[in-house]
Design a protein around this ligand. Sequence first.
Ligand SMILES: *[C@@H]1O[C@H](CO)[C@@H](O)[C@H](O)[C@H]1NC(C)=O
Ligand SMILES: *[C@@H]1O[C@H](CO)[C@@H](O)[C@H](O)[C@H]1NC(C)=O
Ligand SMILES: *[C@@H]1O[C@H](CO)[C@@H](O)[C@H](O)[C@H]1NC(C)=O
Ligand SMILES: *[C@@H]1O[C@H](CO)[C@@H](O)[C@H](O)[C@H]1NC(C)=O
Length: 320
Amino acid sequence: MKPNRLLDGSRFIVSCFFFIIFLCVLASINEIRFDSLMKFGQCAFSQAPQNSSAERLSQTNTIASSSPSELRILIGILTLPDHYHKRHFLRMIYGTQSLVGARVDVKFVFCNLTKEDQKVLVALEIMRYDDIIIMNCKENMNKGKTYTYFSSLPEMLLNDTNVPYPPYHYVMKGDDDAYFRLQSLADSLRPLPRQDLYYGYVIPCPSMDPFVHYMSGMGYLVSWDILEWLKDSDIPKKHLEGPEDRVFGDWLRDGHRGRNRYNAKWSMYNFPEPPTRCTHELWPDTIAVHLLKTQEKWIQTLNYFNVTKSLKPSKLYHIP
Ligand SMILES: *[C@@H]1O[C@H](CO)[C@@H](O)[C@H](O)[C@H]1NC(C)=O
Ligand SMILES: *[C@@H]1O[C@H](CO)[C@@H](O)[C@H](O)[C@H]1NC(C)=O
Ligand SMILES: *[C@@H]1O[C@H](CO)[C@@H](O)[C@H](O)[C@H]1NC(C)=O
Ligand SMILES: *[C@@H]1O[C@H](CO)[C@@H](O)[C@H](O)[C@H]1NC(C)=O
């Protein structure tokens, strides 16, 4: 090696060394400013209206911060880890609804992750939204996912000392193709018993008797005491397989549970098209619309309920 090359080399190393020191000094000076920049970034992300569930969803330890007199409802939407777009869509739908006198937590529920990319993507979602419940199970249809959902919650929620009792007065299982109007749901629940309640859209469709036979999978709800019963009882354990929502009705019948029942028909119904005995026209007195299988049906429903009417005017956008 030629001597001047060697000289150049050591000069280069020395200047690198000083440059790194310079960077360290700069970084420590700017640390405080950078922190505040991060905070600003967070603020910029939580622009949802103050009382919206979006903001609540993004806070950790959410139930602990609710006031003790508030009605607390959990809606678990059973879905699959890979359904990222669906979750994103539903977060918009529920994150833009604001509520008075109740807190409704909408969470996405699935079984163990199975792919490497899920471990990153789902973890990021949880860091950002904290609205995912991963149960100890393998994804399945009609093999007890519903049972796992309801019966796992007591263990998952009760050992946290900050959480009030019951953590939720009511727990719902909801479908990802149903649109729930959270304020209407909460208002319909407020006068009802908080013990031994089974609530939903009774099947068969023309029936109005909530004791015959069971509540439709579009979305049904039970009081917290029924979860604790399900967790301990042998009745569901002996009869786990089968169409989940019908089997759920059988457990309650066999266990003499759900003595308080509420049929929310026709505030809950299937989307009017195509008409069947389970459908109803969109109307103001709505808690849930089910079978929103296409974007078109979602849009028609969201338009009917004027969900974008409260969009703030701004110079930054124009939506005719
Ligand atoms: C949020 O809720 C509180 C208490 O329920 C109420 O006083 C306040 O006006 C609400 N804020 C908005 C922006 O709706
Ligand atoms: C789910 O994952 C947990 C933790 O990784 C593991 O202990 C458990 O056995 C898994 N359960 C099933 C049913 O695969
Ligand atoms: C709380 O945790 C302990 C130990 O992990 C467990 O034995 C107990 O059953 C849990 N209690 C509830 C109510 O989940
Ligand atoms: C939506 O807005 C229109 C026009 O303001 C109104 O007539 C209609 O009743 C609203 N629909 C609902 C479901 O509130």
